[in-house]
Design a protein around this ligand. Structure first.
Ligand SMILES: Nc1nc2c(ncn2[C@@H]2O[C@H](COP(=O)(O)OP(=O)(O)O)[C@@H](O)[C@H]2O)c(=O)[nH]1
Ligand SMILES: [Mg+2]
Length: 311
Protein backbone atom coordinates (compact mmCIF):
# COMPACT_ATOMS: atom_id res chain seq x y z
CA UNK A 1 0.00 0.00 0.00
CA UNK A 2 1.27 3.43 -0.88
CA UNK A 3 2.33 5.64 1.97
CA UNK A 4 -0.14 8.47 2.20
CA UNK A 5 1.38 11.92 2.20
CA UNK A 6 -0.02 14.21 4.86
CA UNK A 7 -2.43 16.62 3.24
CA UNK A 8 -1.02 20.05 2.55
CA UNK A 9 -3.56 21.62 4.88
CA UNK A 10 -2.42 19.35 7.73
CA UNK A 11 1.21 20.33 7.15
CA UNK A 12 0.23 23.99 7.17
CA UNK A 13 -1.65 23.58 10.44
CA UNK A 14 1.32 21.77 11.98
CA UNK A 15 3.76 24.41 10.76
CA UNK A 16 1.57 27.18 12.16
CA UNK A 17 1.66 25.37 15.51
CA UNK A 18 5.45 25.47 15.47
CA UNK A 19 6.31 22.07 13.98
CA UNK A 20 9.58 22.76 12.25
CA UNK A 21 9.63 19.58 10.22
CA UNK A 22 6.33 20.60 8.70
CA UNK A 23 7.74 24.06 7.95
CA UNK A 24 10.78 22.46 6.34
CA UNK A 25 8.60 20.28 4.12
CA UNK A 26 6.52 23.22 3.01
CA UNK A 27 9.63 25.23 2.20
CA UNK A 28 10.84 22.32 0.12
CA UNK A 29 7.60 22.46 -1.86
CA UNK A 30 8.36 26.14 -2.48
CA UNK A 31 12.04 25.55 -3.28
CA UNK A 32 11.38 22.78 -5.75
CA UNK A 33 8.29 24.51 -7.06
CA UNK A 34 6.47 21.19 -7.08
CA UNK A 35 2.94 20.56 -8.35
CA UNK A 36 1.66 21.38 -4.84
CA UNK A 37 3.22 24.85 -4.88
CA UNK A 38 0.23 26.75 -6.33
CA UNK A 39 -2.18 25.16 -3.82
CA UNK A 40 0.24 25.96 -1.02
CA UNK A 41 0.44 29.60 -1.99
CA UNK A 42 -3.36 29.77 -1.99
CA UNK A 43 -3.49 28.10 1.46
CA UNK A 44 -1.00 30.40 3.13
CA UNK A 45 -1.91 33.87 2.03
CA UNK A 46 -1.61 36.96 4.13
CA UNK A 47 0.21 37.45 7.38
CA UNK A 48 1.81 40.56 8.71
CA UNK A 49 5.47 39.88 9.28
CA UNK A 50 8.17 42.48 9.51
CA UNK A 51 10.66 41.55 6.82
CA UNK A 52 14.20 42.49 7.80
CA UNK A 53 16.97 42.28 5.22
CA UNK A 54 20.56 41.99 6.41
CA UNK A 55 23.30 42.50 3.91
CA UNK A 56 27.04 43.12 3.90
CA UNK A 57 30.33 41.63 2.80
CA UNK A 58 31.25 38.05 3.70
CA UNK A 59 32.69 37.77 7.20
CA UNK A 60 31.32 41.08 8.45
CA UNK A 61 29.24 39.22 11.04
CA UNK A 62 25.77 38.92 9.48
CA UNK A 63 24.98 35.41 10.72
CA UNK A 64 26.32 36.20 14.19
CA UNK A 65 24.13 39.29 14.31
CA UNK A 66 21.11 37.34 13.08
CA UNK A 67 21.57 34.93 15.96
CA UNK A 68 21.72 37.83 18.44
CA UNK A 69 18.63 39.46 16.92
CA UNK A 70 16.71 36.20 17.12
CA UNK A 71 17.47 36.02 20.85
CA UNK A 72 16.23 39.59 21.36
CA UNK A 73 13.00 39.07 19.42
CA UNK A 74 12.34 35.75 21.11
CA UNK A 75 12.50 37.54 24.45
CA UNK A 76 9.65 39.71 23.16
CA UNK A 77 7.74 36.53 22.37
CA UNK A 78 7.96 36.95 18.60
CA UNK A 79 8.27 34.02 16.21
CA UNK A 80 11.29 34.47 13.97
CA UNK A 81 11.99 32.89 10.61
CA UNK A 82 15.34 33.22 8.85
CA UNK A 83 16.30 32.59 5.26
CA UNK A 84 20.06 32.75 4.79
CA UNK A 85 20.70 33.14 1.10
CA UNK A 86 24.11 31.68 0.49
CA UNK A 87 26.16 32.04 -2.60
CA UNK A 88 26.94 28.49 -3.48
CA UNK A 89 29.26 26.86 -5.84
CA UNK A 90 27.37 26.20 -9.07
CA UNK A 91 29.16 22.85 -9.06
CA UNK A 92 27.82 21.52 -5.78
CA UNK A 93 24.82 23.68 -5.05
CA UNK A 94 25.74 23.33 -1.40
CA UNK A 95 25.10 26.05 1.16
CA UNK A 96 27.69 27.23 3.61
CA UNK A 97 27.77 25.11 6.71
CA UNK A 98 29.00 27.86 9.03
CA UNK A 99 25.63 29.58 9.14
CA UNK A 100 23.88 26.50 10.33
CA UNK A 101 26.48 25.89 12.98
CA UNK A 102 26.28 29.47 14.25
CA UNK A 103 22.53 29.39 14.33
CA UNK A 104 22.58 26.11 16.25
CA UNK A 105 21.99 28.33 19.32
CA UNK A 106 18.33 28.33 18.38
CA UNK A 107 18.11 24.79 17.09
CA UNK A 108 15.68 23.60 19.75
CA UNK A 109 13.37 26.60 19.89
CA UNK A 110 10.01 25.92 18.16
CA UNK A 111 9.53 29.68 17.78
CA UNK A 112 12.50 29.90 15.44
CA UNK A 113 12.95 28.50 11.97
CA UNK A 114 16.20 28.88 10.05
CA UNK A 115 16.94 27.72 6.56
CA UNK A 116 19.88 28.20 4.22
CA UNK A 117 18.92 28.66 0.61
CA UNK A 118 21.48 27.99 -2.06
CA UNK A 119 21.32 30.51 -4.85
CA UNK A 120 22.44 28.03 -7.49
CA UNK A 121 24.30 30.39 -9.70
CA UNK A 122 21.71 33.18 -9.71
CA UNK A 123 24.46 35.43 -8.45
CA UNK A 124 23.18 38.74 -7.29
CA UNK A 125 19.64 37.96 -8.27
CA UNK A 126 16.80 37.62 -5.86
CA UNK A 127 15.38 34.22 -6.66
CA UNK A 128 11.78 33.17 -6.79
CA UNK A 129 12.72 30.65 -4.11
CA UNK A 130 13.71 33.40 -1.71
CA UNK A 131 10.71 35.62 -2.29
CA UNK A 132 8.27 32.71 -2.12
CA UNK A 133 10.03 31.42 1.01
CA UNK A 134 9.59 34.76 2.72
CA UNK A 135 5.91 34.84 1.81
CA UNK A 136 5.44 31.29 3.07
CA UNK A 137 7.03 32.04 6.45
CA UNK A 138 4.94 35.18 6.76
CA UNK A 139 1.79 33.21 5.93
CA UNK A 140 2.71 30.58 8.52
CA UNK A 141 2.53 33.25 11.20
CA UNK A 142 6.13 34.25 11.74
CA UNK A 143 6.22 37.77 13.17
CA UNK A 144 9.65 38.59 11.86
CA UNK A 145 11.31 37.16 8.79
CA UNK A 146 15.02 37.85 8.41
CA UNK A 147 16.69 37.49 5.04
CA UNK A 148 20.48 37.34 5.18
CA UNK A 149 22.19 37.97 1.86
CA UNK A 150 25.80 38.50 0.91
CA UNK A 151 25.77 41.98 -0.44
CA UNK A 152 27.34 42.75 -3.74
CA UNK A 153 25.68 45.58 -5.56
CA UNK A 154 22.58 44.23 -7.22
CA UNK A 155 21.79 41.77 -4.45
CA UNK A 156 21.59 44.63 -1.99
CA UNK A 157 19.27 46.60 -4.17
CA UNK A 158 17.02 43.61 -4.62
CA UNK A 159 16.93 42.75 -0.95
CA UNK A 160 15.76 46.29 -0.30
CA UNK A 161 12.77 45.74 -2.55
CA UNK A 162 11.82 42.61 -0.59
CA UNK A 163 12.48 43.81 2.96
CA UNK A 164 10.58 46.39 4.98
CA UNK A 165 13.77 47.35 6.73
CA UNK A 166 17.23 46.79 5.27
CA UNK A 167 20.33 46.68 7.45
CA UNK A 168 23.74 47.23 5.94
CA UNK A 169 26.51 45.73 8.03
CA UNK A 170 29.98 47.15 7.95
CA UNK A 171 33.06 46.34 9.97
CA UNK A 172 36.04 48.55 10.77
CA UNK A 173 39.05 48.26 8.57
CA UNK A 174 37.29 46.64 5.64
CA UNK A 175 37.12 49.80 3.60
CA UNK A 176 33.42 49.05 3.38
CA UNK A 177 32.26 52.56 4.16
CA UNK A 178 33.77 53.98 1.05
CA UNK A 179 32.67 51.06 -1.10
CA UNK A 180 29.14 51.46 0.15
CA UNK A 181 29.07 55.04 -1.06
CA UNK A 182 30.45 54.07 -4.42
CA UNK A 183 27.93 51.33 -4.92
CA UNK A 184 25.08 53.63 -4.04
CA UNK A 185 24.12 51.23 -1.31
CA UNK A 186 23.69 54.21 0.96
CA UNK A 187 20.44 54.85 -0.82
CA UNK A 188 18.93 51.49 -0.03
CA UNK A 189 19.92 50.80 3.58
CA UNK A 190 17.53 51.93 6.31
CA UNK A 191 19.85 51.22 9.22
CA UNK A 192 23.65 51.07 9.23
CA UNK A 193 25.35 48.71 11.59
CA UNK A 194 29.03 48.98 12.36
CA UNK A 195 29.70 45.53 13.74
CA UNK A 196 32.93 44.31 15.36
CA UNK A 197 32.99 47.50 17.39
CA UNK A 198 35.50 45.72 19.61
CA UNK A 199 38.02 46.10 16.80
CA UNK A 200 40.22 49.14 16.30
CA UNK A 201 38.90 51.68 13.83
CA UNK A 202 35.20 51.30 14.64
CA UNK A 203 34.92 54.94 15.74
CA UNK A 204 36.45 56.06 12.46
CA UNK A 205 34.00 53.97 10.45
CA UNK A 206 31.07 55.46 12.37
CA UNK A 207 32.46 58.96 11.88
CA UNK A 208 32.92 58.42 8.13
CA UNK A 209 29.39 57.13 7.76
CA UNK A 210 27.88 60.01 9.70
CA UNK A 211 29.92 62.56 7.77
CA UNK A 212 28.80 60.97 4.53
CA UNK A 213 25.17 61.05 5.56
CA UNK A 214 25.29 64.66 6.63
CA UNK A 215 25.89 65.44 2.96
CA UNK A 216 22.66 63.84 1.85
CA UNK A 217 19.81 66.33 1.55
CA UNK A 218 16.54 65.12 2.90
CA UNK A 219 13.02 66.44 2.75
CA UNK A 220 11.28 66.99 6.08
CA UNK A 221 9.78 63.73 7.33
CA UNK A 222 12.20 61.60 5.32
CA UNK A 223 13.86 58.70 7.10
CA UNK A 224 17.29 59.43 8.54
CA UNK A 225 19.33 56.28 8.68
CA UNK A 226 20.75 55.70 12.14
CA UNK A 227 24.23 54.27 12.63
CA UNK A 228 24.25 51.53 15.25
CA UNK A 229 27.35 49.89 16.65
CA UNK A 230 27.39 46.26 17.73
CA UNK A 231 29.62 43.49 18.90
CA UNK A 232 27.43 40.71 17.59
CA UNK A 233 29.62 37.95 18.98
CA UNK A 234 29.07 39.33 22.50
CA UNK A 235 25.49 40.43 21.87
CA UNK A 236 26.40 44.04 22.61
CA UNK A 237 24.43 46.92 21.11
CA UNK A 238 21.56 44.65 20.15
CA UNK A 239 18.88 46.47 22.16
CA UNK A 240 19.66 49.76 20.41
CA UNK A 241 19.60 48.04 17.06
CA UNK A 242 16.25 46.37 17.80
CA UNK A 243 14.92 49.80 18.82
CA UNK A 244 16.19 51.35 15.57
CA UNK A 245 14.50 48.63 13.52
CA UNK A 246 11.29 49.23 15.47
CA UNK A 247 11.51 52.95 14.80
CA UNK A 248 11.84 52.33 11.10
CA UNK A 249 8.80 50.10 11.20
CA UNK A 250 6.85 52.88 12.98
CA UNK A 251 7.99 55.38 10.37
CA UNK A 252 6.86 53.04 7.61
CA UNK A 253 3.47 52.67 9.24
CA UNK A 254 2.77 56.38 8.80
CA UNK A 255 0.72 57.37 5.79
CA UNK A 256 0.88 54.98 2.88
CA UNK A 257 4.59 54.13 3.13
CA UNK A 258 4.04 50.53 4.18
CA UNK A 259 1.45 50.00 1.46
CA UNK A 260 3.95 51.30 -1.08
CA UNK A 261 6.62 48.95 0.29
CA UNK A 262 4.24 46.03 0.03
CA UNK A 263 3.49 46.89 -3.58
CA UNK A 264 7.21 47.13 -4.39
CA UNK A 265 7.74 43.80 -2.71
CA UNK A 266 4.92 42.14 -4.64
CA UNK A 267 6.37 43.52 -7.88
CA UNK A 268 9.81 42.11 -7.01
CA UNK A 269 8.23 38.75 -6.27
CA UNK A 270 6.29 38.63 -9.50
CA UNK A 271 9.41 39.62 -11.42
CA UNK A 272 11.44 36.85 -9.77
CA UNK A 273 8.67 34.32 -10.51
CA UNK A 274 8.39 35.37 -14.15
CA UNK A 275 12.15 35.16 -14.47
CA UNK A 276 12.22 31.63 -13.06
CA UNK A 277 9.30 30.49 -15.23
CA UNK A 278 10.83 31.93 -18.37
CA UNK A 279 14.13 30.25 -17.67
CA UNK A 280 12.36 26.95 -17.26
CA UNK A 281 10.19 27.37 -20.30
CA UNK A 282 12.88 28.57 -22.63
CA UNK A 283 15.66 26.07 -22.18
CA UNK A 284 18.92 26.58 -23.99
CA UNK A 285 19.88 23.15 -25.26
CA UNK A 286 23.47 21.93 -25.48
CA UNK A 287 23.01 21.45 -29.22
CA UNK A 288 22.01 25.07 -29.67
CA UNK A 289 24.90 26.32 -27.55
CA UNK A 290 27.24 24.14 -29.59
CA UNK A 291 25.85 25.57 -32.83
CA UNK A 292 26.56 29.13 -31.66
CA UNK A 293 29.95 28.20 -30.22
CA UNK A 294 31.16 26.75 -33.51
CA UNK A 295 29.69 29.47 -35.64
CA UNK A 296 26.91 27.48 -37.33
CA UNK A 297 24.43 30.05 -36.17
CA UNK A 298 24.45 33.41 -34.41
CA UNK A 299 23.22 34.35 -30.95
CA UNK A 300 20.24 36.41 -32.14
CA UNK A 301 18.95 33.59 -34.34
CA UNK A 302 19.51 31.06 -31.57
CA UNK A 303 17.58 33.28 -29.12
CA UNK A 304 14.72 33.56 -31.63
CA UNK A 305 14.57 29.82 -31.99
CA UNK A 306 14.53 29.35 -28.19
CA UNK A 307 11.59 31.75 -28.01
CA UNK A 308 9.86 29.77 -30.76
CA UNK A 309 9.93 32.91 -32.86
CA UNK A 310 10.34 31.73 -36.40
CA UNK A 311 9.35 34.99 -38.07
N1 LIG B 1 35.64 40.44 16.99
C1 LIG B 1 34.40 40.23 16.54
N2 LIG B 1 34.17 39.16 15.75
C2 LIG B 1 32.91 38.97 15.28
C3 LIG B 1 31.85 39.84 15.62
N3 LIG B 1 30.74 39.41 15.00
C4 LIG B 1 31.08 38.31 14.32
N4 LIG B 1 32.38 38.02 14.48
C5 LIG B 1 33.14 36.91 13.89
O1 LIG B 1 33.32 37.15 12.50
C6 LIG B 1 33.33 35.94 11.77
C7 LIG B 1 32.33 35.98 10.63
O2 LIG B 1 31.02 36.06 11.16
P1 LIG B 1 29.73 35.61 10.35
O3 LIG B 1 28.58 35.90 11.23
O4 LIG B 1 29.86 34.25 9.81
O5 LIG B 1 29.79 36.64 9.13
P2 LIG B 1 28.90 36.65 7.79
O6 LIG B 1 29.71 36.02 6.71
O7 LIG B 1 28.69 38.11 7.52
O8 LIG B 1 27.61 35.93 8.06
C8 LIG B 1 33.04 34.84 12.79
O9 LIG B 1 34.25 34.26 13.19
C9 LIG B 1 32.41 35.60 13.94
O10 LIG B 1 32.60 34.96 15.17
C10 LIG B 1 32.14 40.97 16.47
O11 LIG B 1 31.28 41.81 16.79
N5 LIG B 1 33.43 41.11 16.88
MG1 LIG C 1 26.61 34.35 7.05
Amino acid sequence: MARTEPALADLVAAARAGDRRATARLLTVVENNTAAAPELSRLVKGGDAQIVGITGSPGVGKSTLVSALIAAWREQGLRVGVLAVDPSSPFTGGAILGDRVRMADHALDPGVYIRSIATRGHLGGLTATTTAGVRLLEGLGFDTVIVETVGVGQAEVEIASLADTTLLLLAPGMGDGIQAVKAGVVEIADVYVVNKADRPGADGTVRDLKAMMSLVRREPGEWRQPVCTTVASERKGIDDLVAAIGKHRDWLSEGDRLALKRRQRAAAEIRARVDADLRRRYRVTDALAEAVANGETDVASAARSVLGDTG
